[in-house]
Design a binder for this molecule. Structure first.
Ligand code: FES
Length: 62
């Protein structure tokens, strides 16, 4: 699935760059070689980043 249609960047490519250390939308866009475009992919990139952030473990939570 394409995350960025303007630059033909797929979700797999975005995930690969996140796994390699890109941890912000700006870093992901730079790593993927996305030049300025319409910007409509930023929300999708942020959602993918949010999925990969480790959730804190709450002590005592049931
Ligand atoms: S969809 Fe990514 S810049 Fe347009």
């Amino acid at each position: 699935m394409y995350v960025c249609v303007c630059h033909a960047v797929t979700e797999d490519v975005v995930r690969d760059h996140m796994a390699a250390g890109a941890c912000s939308a700006k870093e992901v866009r730079a790593a993927c070689g996305m030049r300025p475009g319409c910007g409509s992919c930023v929300n999708r990139i942020c959602a993918l980043l949010a999925e990969t952030v480790e959730r804190p473990v709450l002590e005592g939570a049931a």
